[in-house]
Every structure is written in structure tokens, then in C-alpha cells.
Ligand binder design. Structure first.
Ligand SMILES: [Cu+2]
Length: 485
């Protein structure tokens, strides 16, 4: 009994001691660390504002995150924070960083192409947050803190934030609220409107890539960005499978690799260069150089997105046999996940110098009738396409390009009955058809493609194919990568 009460007494003394200790720690910490740091953060396609948030270790941080457009997320892996911010709503995220360091924060809800760019940094300092950070970098979006010094009175500072102005006199050690004229305080509605306005002026990224398989889309080339396009087309058709199986469905066959670059001079004007080794029936070493312009944006409340493109293709590294292309790229969303495209083109001189016609000398004995056979000189084509996003970053694509004028397929000689004399020719050409699946990872995009044309430059995919029937497809890949922006 005696023992027990002694124990209780000792315990209560211990408790009291620990309690005082804890209180004194708390007291000293409240002296140096402001208890709560409330920071307003704006989330929108595709950035956070501010992008750098500085707080102090051990401080309770209250992030007031507002989305000005669609649903976004806010996540910091190391601090186990992952929150959803509903469209046009505000979410308060409270946490207490216990270790100093730099933490990456990012959007954790897919919000469109460019989502991967939505990142920022939380800096947790050991000591007090530097004043410049507190007043400058941290004040983005809706919050707007301003610190001004009174030139006439030394030691007087005005701090303006969230429509309030406070006068701090460090010599007299007084703090006083200064009344602001009513109209100088931005109303929350105005703040949202301003944020929306800013966003309108910012070009949006279309949720599809620059090309379906061969057909181009009206995707904007962002100013200052360099975009790489790499295409790879094998030559052996997938079907009949019995033949292609031993070559891994054609993957062992001769493949054509073409490489291109486009650069955004402004957010509308871009230049493009592309080199492809083959055209039809052999090596052409074609270089295509073009200029494009982005006219309309569906996101900018136009019914369609529209881009036009003009280019010149020259064979043998741009030294001969020129073709001139004009193309329009039109795109429209048909649902939340589907997009329709139409890309009409004219290709002047697609068969210039009659270079794809059969020649008398191709035959033995020479078939003079070949000189009379004409495949036409120019091509007009009509590329139709669809893409459907089946996952946030995965799309299925289909395209179909019928054409008129010069259409190169396979040219067969027709023999006069019972002889070996060439009496005429038949040209078998099929409309271009392609389908594929695309995966976008940040600024990369990779597509596995199937198409019945091996040539990929503007004039060639539009005017010729491998003389395959539409049932026969070759496997290919498209790779694209955006640099610099
Ligand atoms: Cu996002």
C-alpha cells in the first residue's frame, strides 16, 4: 500500500517534470517558428503557382490549393501527401514537415497532355524562411503579398496581403492595420477570372500526337520547342503469316528509318525537316522541308483545330525531282475520348519527270508502248482519321487516305494473247490504310503501327504504297520526343 502511493507520487513528479519540459520546448519553438504557414496555391493546366514553396521545419503548413480549371492532384511522395482537388474548387492540405530538405510536389491526377510538367518544389528550411522568399517567390496565384518600406520614416514597413495592409513600426514596436480603399481589394471572383484569362492566352496542348500513323494532325508545335519524329517501317507484310512468321512477322525484314525535326518559331509558325531513304522502288534519299501554321484551336472555342502545311520534297538529298505539297490538318473532338481528323493534300509533281512510269527500256525486247502509258503527274489525297483514348495516355488510331490523280501501286505489263509482246499496263494501287496504338509518356510518344505504305514523306505516303492489297500490312513504329520546352 505504502509502496504503491510512493510510486504514484514519483510518477506524478515525473509527469510534472516532463510536462514542464514539453511546455518549455513548445514555448521556445513558438518563439522562433510561426505556428502555421498558410500558403495559397493555384493549380491549372499545366502548372502550379507558386512553383517554389518555402516553409520552416516543424511548422504546421496549411496549403490552400485552388484549381482554376479541371480536376488536379497535389502530391509529395516523401511526405505521403496525395490529395485530389476538384475542378474549380479549393482543398486545404495540412501537414507538418519534420525534416529539412527539398521535396518535389506534382499533380497526381491526369489532366491532359502536359500533366507531367505540373511540378514544383517544397523547400523545408532549418532556420527561419528568408524574407525575400516569404514576400516574393511564394506569392503566386490568388495570394499576393507585398512588402514596402516607408521612405520617410525609418523602421516602418507596410505589409499587404489578401486585401489587408498592415503597418509595422519596428522602432515604436507597434503593428497597425491600414484601411484600404474598397475597390483596390480584388474580389475572389475577379481573381478566378484573371486566372482564367491568363490561361486563355496560354496555348493548350492537344491530347494527340503530331501524326496518327502517317496522316498529320493539327497539333500545335510549341514556340521554342524542338520535336523529333522517328519512323520505322519494315518491308515484309505481316500476312500471309505462314511466310512472315519465321521472320518474326516481318521484323527481320529490311526496314526503312526516317528522321525528322520540327521547331516552333512562334506558338503558331513552325518549320519542319524530314529525311526518308526510300520513295517507291528503291532509294530516293528524299529530304522534305516545310513550313506550317496553326490557325485555329478547338480549345480556343473554335469548332475545329486547323493547321496548314506547305513543303518541298527533293530526292537525292534535295538536289532533284522536286514535289510540292500543300496540306491542311483539321481535327475535332467527337466525345471526351474520341477525335476525328481530316487532312486533304495536293502533291504537285508527285510523278514529276514521269519517273514512276514504266519505261520502254525496262523490257526485253523494249516495249515501246510503255512510253505511251501515263500514270498522271499530280496527286490529291483525302486523309481521314480517328483516334480514341482508351486510357489517359493510350490511344487507338485509324486512318484511311483515298487519292485521285497519280497513284502509284504495282504496274503490271499485259501481254498480247499468245505472245510475249507487251500490249499495255495495269496499275494496281490501293488507298493508304493504317492503324496503330500509341502510348504517351510525358514528352515521349511511341506507336506501334500497321500500314500498307512504307513511304512516309508527305508526297509519298499520299501518292504511293507498296502495291499491297489493303489486307496486307507491314509493321512499323513511330517515335516522337519534344525537347527544350
Ligand atoms: Cu495534372
Amino acid at each position: 500500500m505504502k509502496k504503491k502511493s510512493l510510486c504514484v507520487a514519483a510518477l506524478s513528479i515525473l509527469c510534472a517534470l516532463v510536462g514542464t519540459q514539453a511546455r518549455s520546448v513548445e514555448e521556445t519553438s513558438t518563439n522562433s517558428v510561426p505556428p502555421v504557414a498558410e500558403i495559397r496555391v493555384t493549380a491549372r493546366k499545366f502548372d502550379f503557382s507558386p512553383q517554389v514553396i518555402t516553409v520552416q521545419k516543424g511548422q504546421t503548413v496549411k496549403l490552400v490549393v485552388t484549381s482554376t480549371d479541371v480536376e488536379h492532384g497535389f502530391a509529395i511522395k516523401e511526405l505521403k501527401i496525395k490529395e485530389r482537388v476538384e475542378a474549380k474548387e479549393t482543398k486545404v492540405i495540412t501537414f507538418k514537415p519534420e525534416a529539412a530538405g527539398r521535396y518535389r510536389f506534382y499533380c497526381s491526377v491526369y489532366c491532359g497532355d502536359g500533366h507531367e510538367d505540373m511540378t514544383g518544389e517544397l523547400v523545408v528550411t532549418d532556420g527561419p524562411v528568408p524574407a525575400t522568399t516569404a514576400s516574393g517567390a511564394q506569392t503566386g496565384g490568388a495570394s499576393n503579398m507585398q512588402v514596402t518600406f516607408d521612405e520617410s520614416a525609418p523602421g516602418v514597413v507596410f505589409v499587404e496581403a489578401n486585401g489587408e495592409k498592415i503597418r509595422i513600426d519596428t522602432t515604436a514596436k507597434t503593428v497597425a492595420k491600414v484601411e484600404l480603399p474598397a475597390d483596390s481589394q480584388p474580389k475572389p471572383d475577379e481573381q478566378v477570372a484573371r486566372a482564367e484569362e491568363e490561361q486563355e492566352s496560354k496555348p493548350k496542348s492537344e491530347p494527340y500526337d503530331y501524326y496518327l500513323i502517317n496522316v498529320p494532325t493539327p497539333k500545335r508545335v510549341v514556340k521554342g520547342s524542338l520535336n523529333l519524329r522517328f519512323t520505322h517501317r519494315f518491308s515484309q507484310p505481316v500476312r500471309p503469316v505462314r511466310q512472315s512468321a519465321e521472320n518474326l512477322l516481318g521484323l527481320d525484314s529490311f526496314a526503312v528509318s526516317s528522321l525528322g525535326l520540327s521547331y516552333g518559331i512562334t506558338d503558331r509558325l513552325y518549320v519542319n525537316a524530314y529525311r526518308s531513304p526510300i520513295c517507291q522502288q528503291g532509294m530516293c534519299k528524299t529530304i522534305e522541308i516545310g513550313l506550317g501554321y496553326h490557325w485555329l484551336d478547338e480549345a480556343g472555342r473554335s469548332p475545329v483545330s486547323l493547321q496548314t502545311y506547305a513543303s518541298i520534297e527533293g530526292n537525292d538529298n534535295f538536289t532533284e525531282e522536286y514535289t510540292y505539297n500543300l496540306q491542311a490538318m483539321i481535327g475535332r473532338s467527337i466525345s471526351k475520348w474520341g477525335y476525328a481528323f481530316f487532312s486533304p493534300a495536293v502533291n504537285f509533281n508527285a510523278n514529276g519527270q514521269r519517273r514512276f512510269n514504266p519505261r520502254a527500256s525496262d523490257f526485253f525486247p523494249p516495249a515501246l508502248v510503255a512510253d505511251q502509258f501515263n500514270l498522271g503527274k499530280h496527286t490529291a489525297s483525302f486523309g481521314f482519321g480517328f483516334s480514341a483514348r482508351i486510357r489517359p495516355t493510350v490511344s487507338l488510331m485509324f486512318e484511311y487516305t483515298p487519292r485521285v490523280g497519280f497513284r502509284q501501286g504495282r504496274v503490271f505489263p499485259n501481254f498480247a494473247p499468245g505472245t510475249f509482246t507487251v500490249a499495255g499496263f495495269t496499275n494496281v494501287s490501293e488507298a493508304e490504310i493504317g492503324f496503330g496504338i500509341e502510348k504517351r509518356i510525358g514528352r515521349h510518344s511511341f506507336s506501334l503501327t500497321f500500314s500498307n505504305t512504307q513511304a512516309t514523306t508527305t508526297a509519298r505516303y499520299n501518292s504511293s504504297n507498296l502495291a499491297l492489297s489493303p489486307k496486307r500490312f507491314i509493321i512499323g513504329f513511330n517515335l516522337s520526343r519534344r525537347f527544350w520546352k
